[in-house]
Write a protein that binds this ligand. Structure first.
Ligand SMILES: Cc1ncc(COP(=O)(O)O)c(C=O)c1O
Length: 404
């Protein structure tokens, strides 16, 4: 397990000249006040206070919530973290209790969609500790997304510390170990300053809100769902913003997504916008095809697909168990060769796909059928990643960051 302190030390050591990294097994924690990124960079970790017990952040799961009934929807918590970029620099972050935000009527996020967001989870372990899953990856991705729509960079260590501090302040809302739930973190970066001519804003707001969410698959992975291949709409254009987690990508998915649900397909698969011959990704999750006979894990390579952190993790686990991972073009016709198809993302980890249906212009249907029950590879990969997140097996890749 990697602690936040160790992670910060590594990051700081690589970015600050003359910084001496502390030993990895030190038990330092950061004090409750939230230093700015500049302070973080300058402050030697030896000045930070030392935790003596594992529950220094407090006990998870003490809020009065029906832990076994949580779904994936908004619920109020104690606070969210807020930080403003003004006069060319990030200001001090603060914890805010009100879930409302006062935004200028000319904010670029509202008019021009200058906004991007992230999604990650924190899990309670049996020892009472709370652990973020791969927040460094979300930090890197929010900066790639922000860069694409001309927003200022959030230093990786500032992002991780923001996640750490907001979880710590809301530790009562972290679902307890054994509930299968998690605290879902939704970092959001948007242009909050006014512009009427199209230009980037001068002011930005970064928030991290948290929501306790339940285990999507209570009692184990659910039966596969049927997906629809979308031909009437595209999610992302070549050289567009598909690889960025920008807000507008999701508004563009609303009509096809809701229409598919009405037709009885809970999930939509998008193709490449230029030719509609290649598989790209689902609305909010990446595509994985499994060929069990040849022990292959195949996922699309496209500049229009969002690089999923779950997909990246599952690829590593698949390689660990000897599978060959191929990231390459997948023709629609190749769908007939897969034994199992998975949609993967932070919210549910994996959604097993039972079939994919495509209608041609005349309403003729072609259907690609996969395993009727949850496939063996899907189940194995899911169990492994969930066991790592829950601290139940060794975290050999150092994906868990202990909240301190
Ligand atoms: C378009 C899209 N693809 C894939 C994913 C899955 O990404 P991750 O595994 O990082 O949650 C998401 C969710 O963030 C998404 O919105």
């Amino acid at each position: 397990m990697r602690s936040l302190t160790a992670a910060l030390a590594l990051l700081l050591a690589s970015s600050c000249q003359g910084f001496v990294a502390p030993s990895h097994n030190s038990h330092q924690i950061i004090t409750t006040t939230t230093p700015s990124s500049t302070q973080l960079k300058k402050q030697p970790l030896s000045r930070l206070s030392v935790a003596t017990d594992i529950n220094a952040v407090g006990a998870p799961g003490t809020a009065d919530l029906p832990w076994s009934e949580l779904g994936f929807e908004f619920r109020p918590t104690k606070s969210h973290l807020r930080m403003t970029y003004r006069d060319g620099k990030w200001q001090e972050p603060e914890m805010v209790e009100s879930p409302y935000i006062n935004v200028h009527i000319g904010a670029t996020a509202l008019h021009y969609g200058q906004a991007c967001f992230e999604g990650l989870k924190a899990f309670a372990h049996e020892d009472g500790s709370v652990n973020l899953f791969r927040p460094d990856e979300n930090a890197k991705r929010i900066n790639r997304s922000g860069h694409r729509v001309m927003m200022p960079e959030i230093p990786v260590e500032t992002f991780i510390k923001a996640c750490n501090d907001v979880v710590k302040d809301n530790v009562a809302y972290v679902p307890p170990y054994g509930s299968g739930g998690a605290l879902y973190l939704r970092p959001l970066l948007f242009g909050s300053g006014p512009r009427i001519g199209l230009q980037p804003a001068e002011e930005y707001t970064f928030i991290v809100m948290v929501i306790p969410v339940g285990d999507y698959y209570k009692g184990g992975l659910a039966a596969p769902v049927n997906g629809l291949i979308v031909d009437d709409y595209d999610r992302a254009a070549p050289k567009g913003v598909g690889a960025a987690k920008v807000a507008g990508n999701y508004a563009a998915d609303l009509i096809p997504n809701m229409a598919a649900k009405k037709k009885g397909f809970p999930i939509c698969l998008y193709l490449d916008a230029a030719t509609h011959t290649l598989v790209e990704e689902f609305s909010t999750s990446n595509f994985i095809g499994i060929d069990n006979e040849n022990k292959k894990y195949i996922t699309p390579k496209s500049d229009s697909v969002l690089p999923s952190i779950t997909n990246k993790s599952l690829q590593t686990l698949a390689k660990d168990e000897g599978m060959t991972v191929e990231q390459r073009d997948i023709e629609v016709a190749e769908l007939s060769t897969f034994d199992e198809v998975i949609a993967c993302g932070t919210a549910v980890v994996v959604t097993p796909i039972g079939s994919l249906t495509r209608f041609d212009g005349n309403g003729e249907e072609s259907k690609y059928q996969f395993t009727e029950d949850v496939g063996e590879t899907t189940r194995r990969l899911y169990d492994t990643v969930r066991n790592i997140q829950n601290g139940e097996i060794e975290d050999t890749h150092n994906w868990n960051y202990k909240v301190e």
